[in-house]
Design a protein around this ligand. Structure first.
Ligand SMILES: [Ca+2]
Length: 345
């Protein structure tokens, strides 16, 4: 179905679940990560960049370039979530700084460059969409040059985690999210609601991960210590919540998404009450001329024909199997277990 060596570009506000998603991509034998771009989000940009570098170093992926990008949303004030992930975003594990350093240049430029150099690259976004929106502003043609863009974000047709109406990544920078969803990029939306309940790592899952007894397995559990406590506070759920790795599982193996369908999806940018809400046109009312003026008033007319592939259900055992496979591999050198690459400039 796919070329043996698929190319990924990952944008991340690297906190505890992002790091696990990075591990999954970096250790996948059929994936080459072309670049990691970092955005302000769950943690401030500097911290997120450091966390990405620590994760790459642990995976022996020193050849993967890391670029720092936006240190705040397009027009909103920054709003981090360190209460959820720990002050360092990594469960207050106090890892020493990485020896790796970010490459010069802004993440948005790196996104444009990487996509233009790798037509058909698969873009995976694990944080607010600021960097991707900035990249689209630099070069709108990149929308048509990615084969897909898997977005961890939104809460289609259900409650959110920041407000009852919105999920963090979309709420944090709704203008950026709207720009991406309207860009014509082939977006697959993996909403927060898919990453709750059974998708959490429960106690037996955590025990299975620990039993792998690899550096990566212990890292994945250790850095999510604070997030596990916060999950009880936020949702009353006992277990480690891993939204970004769930999205990465869908990215790595599309069959993890059991049910999905294409719809126009709009992001609320004007309301205080529902800022960042992902509004899904499930009944395709925008195609009905009688509704067009109403929908136009909501600002969707500018969206053209862009639709989004909304994932509604996932194969939970399959997502967890993918995770265990990634964490069970030794933290050896290279971007993959089987292929080494020359350093990149
Ligand atoms: Ca994230």
């Amino acid at each position: 179905m796919y070329h043996p060596m698929r190319r990924f570009l990952i944008d991340t506000d690297t906190a505890s679940d992002d790091a696990v998603a990075l591990v999954m991509a970096l250790r996948h034998p059929a994936v080459r990560v072309e670049a990691v771009t970092v955005v302000s989000g769950n943690v401030p940009l500097r911290r997120a960049t450091e966390n990405a570098l620590v994760t790459l170093e642990l995976c022996g992926a020193a050849d993967v370039p890391v670029f720092a990008g936006a240190d705040r949303p397009l027009v909103r004030e920054p709003a981090h979530a360190q209460w959820f992930h720990g002050d360092d975003g990594f469960g207050n594990q106090n890892y020493p700084p990485a020896k790796l350093r970010p490459r010069p240049g802004h993440a948005s430029e790196a996104i444009v460059r990487t996509i233009r150099a790798n037509p058909g690259v698969e873009l995976v976004t694990l944080g607010p969409l600021t960097n991707v929106a900035l990249a689209l502003a630099l070069d709108p043609s990149i929308a048509g040059r990615v084969s897909r863009c898997v977005v961890m974000g939104g809460n289609p047709c259900c409650e959110g985690n920041v407000t009852p109406a919105a999920e963090y990544n979309i709420w944090c920078d709704p203008e950026a999210a709207r720009a991406v969803l309207r860009s014509g990029m082939n977006v697959e939306l993996v909403g927060w609601q898919l990453c709750r309940g059974d998708a959490n790592l429960d106690e037996s899952d955590i025990a299975r991960v620990r039993q792998l007894d690899t550096k990566l397995a212990h890292f994945a559990i250790d850095i999510n210590r604070t997030a596990m406590q916060s999950n009880v506070t936020q949702c009353g759920e006992v277990g480690i919540p891993l939204p970004d790795p769930v999205a990465m599982a869908v990215a790595l193996d599309p069959s993890v998404a059991l049910q999905s369908s294409r719809h126009r999806v709009e992001v609320e940018c004007a309301s205080e009450l529902t800022r960042g809400m992902t509004v899904v046109d499930r009944l395709n009312v925008c195609a009905d001329d009688r509704n067009r003026t109403v929908w136009t008033a909501a600002g969707a007319a500018a969206a053209g024909d862009a639709t989004v592939n909304v994932v509604w259900t996932i194969d939970v055992p399959q997502w967890k199997a993918l995770l265990l496979r990634a964490l069970g591999s030794p933290a050896g050198p290279g971007n993959s277990t089987s292929v080494r690459y020359a350093p990149r400039g």
